[in-house]
Design a protein around this ligand. Sequence first.
Ligand code: ANZ
Length: 820
Amino acid sequence: QTSYDVHAVEAKWRPVWEELQPFAADDAAVLSGEREKRYALTMFPYPSGDLHMGHAEVTALHDVIARYWWQQGFEVLNPMGWDSFGLPAENAAIRNDAHPADYTYGNIDTQHDSFRRYAVSFDWSRRFNTSDPAYYRWTQWLFLKLREQGLAYRKNSPVNWCPNDQTVLANEQVVDGACERCGAEVTKRELTQWYFRTTAYAQELLDCLDELQPTWSDKVVNSQRNWIGRSEGAHVDFVVEGREEPLTVYTTRPDTLFGATFMVVAADAALAGELVTAEQRGALDDYLVEVRKETEINRLSTDRPKTGVFLGVHATNPLTGTRIPVYAADYVLADYGTGAIMAVPGQDQRDWEFAKAFDLPIVRTVEPPADWEGDAFTGEGPAINSANDEIDLSGMGVDEAKATTIAFLERQGLGRGTVNFRLRDWLLSRQRYWGAPIPIIHCPVDGEVAVPEDQLPVELPELRGADLKPKGTSPLGAATEWVEVTCPTCGGPAKRDTDTMDTFVDSSWYFFRYVSPQDETQAFDTTLANAWGPIDLYVGGDEHAVLHLLYARFFTKALRDLGLVDWDEPFSSYLSQGKVINHGRKMSKSLGNGVNLGEQLEEFGVDAVRLTLVFASPPEDNIDWADMSPGGSLKFLQRAWRLSGDVASDAGTPAEGGDVALRRVTHRTVHDAAGLVESHRFNVMVARVMELVNATRKAIDSGCGPADPAVREAVEAVAVLLSLVAPYTAEEMWERLGHRPTVARAGWPQVDEALLVEDHVTCVVQVKGKVRARLEVAPDIADADLEAAALADPAVQRAIDGAPVRKVIVRAPKLVNVVV
Ligand code: ANZ
C-alpha cells in the first residue's frame, strides 16, 4: 500500500471496532476498585437534523480527554444519548401534519450513525432518549419525589409568557426581555404554574461555586453568581396610617433610612390593591393596564421616564417621624424582595427621577464629593442629615452606618438584617405537547393528587398535526379521554394536569441515568452513581451557564437530600468550547455561510476534520472555518501514516542502543503530551506530535535510518498519541507496525525519566554588555573550560577585535561576560 485512502481506512476499521467494543464501561472494574474511574460527559444533542460542525467540534475535543483516560489505564464512562423532547419536533409536526416522534426518532438514527462514523469513543450500550416512556417515567417519579419534599409546588403569580411559542418560560429562558428560543418579546401573565424550589438551595449553590471556580470558566461561575444574586440588607417596617400590618421593605442601604422621603409599591403586586384608597383605585387600575404591556427590562431601566400613581395613603419614616406618601410604580417589581421599597432619592437614581417627576423632597444622607454635579450620589462618603435623639450616624462610612442602623432597628423592633437572593424558583410547567406530562390529577374533592407510582409513566396521548397547534393552553387538554380519570384517592371523577415539563427537567438528571440506563426498577442505581460520579469533565457551550448548568446543580443537591446519591456537585470540571464560525460570522441559514459537516467528511475524511478542529486553537476559542485547512491536516496524517510503512519490520526492540537524540524527542513528547491534555491544551499537544513526526522523518532519511530501534519506538508513540485525535489513521499505523487492534487501548507509552534530563544548556556570551554568541554546553562544564570555549568563539573574537580583555566573569553553565 503506497497511498493513503481515507475512506477505505474508515470502512475497514468501523466494523472491527463495532465488534471489539473497546469503550464499553465496566461497572465491575470500578465497583471492585480494580480500576480507577473517570466519567467524561459532553452535552447530549437535541435531535434536529444531522450532526453539524458544532457537534463535530465539541465531541472531537471531548474525545481527546476520554481516549486519553483509557490510554492512561482508567475505566472510562463516556455515554451519549438524546435530549429528544422539545419544541422543534413539535413545530415540525404541526407544519407537516405528523407526530413529533416521527421527526425525533428519524433524526436520532441519523445522528447515531454519524457519531459512529465520526468515531467518538462513546459507550453506545448506554444510549437512551429522554422522550421514551422508559426514561420519562423516572422524570415523573423524580418530580413526585421533589414534590413530597416540598421542592415542587404550584402557585399563582405573574409569569413570563412567550406570545410566539404560546407557553410560559422560566426566568432563565428570558434573555434581555426576549424568549431564549425564538427571540419574541416576552410579556407577563398571571397564571397558576408548577415550580421547583431552587431558592431552597440558593446559599449552597452560591457557596459551592468557590470550589468550582478553579476548574470552571470564570465566565460561567460569574454568571451563576450574578444570577443567584445574593445581597445583604435589611427588612424595615413602616407604619401606614389606617392600617394594622406594617409595610415592610427590602433595602440594601439601611444606612440611608433618614433620607427615605416616600415609598413605592410594585403596581402589579397584590399589596398595591390592598393599600389603595377608594378615590385612587380607578387611577391605579388605569395605570395597571399600561404596566402589563411592559417588559421587565424596560421596567428596571434607569433611562426611562418614571411613571406611577399615588395610592392615597401615608406612612411614617421610623427615624425622622416624617409623614411620607406611598406610590405604586412599575420600576418596583412584584416578585423581588417584598415588592415594596423605601425611596431614597438622594442616593438612588431611579428614586431621584421619580422624585423629580412627582415633585417629592430629596434629602442627601451621604455627602457627595465637593465637585459633585450629578443627581443621586451612590458612592461612599460620610453620613449627613442622619441623626435623631436616639441614633446618630453623622460622619460614619456606609458600612458602619449600615451596621449601626440595623442594630438600632433590631433593638427597637422596627426591622432586621436579612439576606436576599435574586434567584427565583424555577417555573417548570409548559403549555406544549412534546414533553413529560406532569403526573398530577386534580380532584374536586381531594385537590392535587399524585399519580400513584405503579401507574407511572403517565404516557402522552396520541396527538398529531393540527391538534398540537399552540393555543395558550396545553394541547393535552384536547385529549378528553386521556384527561378524564378517576381520582386515585376517592375514586370520583377527576382530571389530569395537562401541562408538560420544561425539557430542562429531562436534562437535569440524565447524567445519573447513564450509570444504569436499562434499570426498570429505579431512576438510577445509587451504588453505581456513587461509584462513577461526579463527572470528571463536562464539555459544552456557554449558553447554558445559568440554564442547564444551574438546574443540574440544583437537581444533584435535591437528589442528595433524598438520599439517592452522595455527591454535592455534578461536574467537577467544566470546559466550555468555542464555536465554529465561518468568515467571521456565526453560521446561519440567512447568511448562507453554513459549512456542511457531511461534505467536509466526504472531502477530507473523519480524521482530518477532527484534527483540524482540535489543532485550530485553544478549545475555548472560536474557530473560523474559513481560516482552516483540513487539506493540510490530511497531508500531515499521510506523513504520519507513511512513517509506519518505513519502519523496518525487523527493527529491534527500542530500548538500549537506539538513536539517543530521537529517543529523547520521543520521550519528551510523550511526557509533555500528558500534561498538555490534562490542562486542556489539546492544540499544543497536536503541535508536539507534528514535531515528533518531523524528527522521525529526519532520522529515517538522514539520521540513524529506518532500521534503528528508536524509529520504531517513535512511530509507535506517534500512533498512540494520534489515537486521541485521529483514530482511523492511528489504527492503520498500528496495524502496519505489526500490532493487533485496537491502538485505542494500547496504553500510554512508558516514559524513561533518564531521557528527559537535559544533556546540554545554552550559555549566553556577552561582550561589552551585548550578546555576541550562544554556546551549547554540558550542564556540568567547569568555569575554566567555559571561559576558554567562549573566548575561542569566532563571533566573540570579532567583537573583541583585538582589544585587551580586562576581565571575564563566568557563571557556568549559563553566562560568560567579557569586559574589554
Ligand atoms: C433603599 C435604597 C437606597 C436602595 C439606596 C438602594 C440604594 P439588590 O442589590 O439588587 O438586591 N429594591 C428592593 N426591592 C425592589 C423591587 N421589588 N423592585 C425594584 N427595586 C427594589 O437591590 C436592592 C435595592 O433595590 C433595595 O435597596 C431597593 O432600593 C431596591 F441608596 O432601598 B434600596
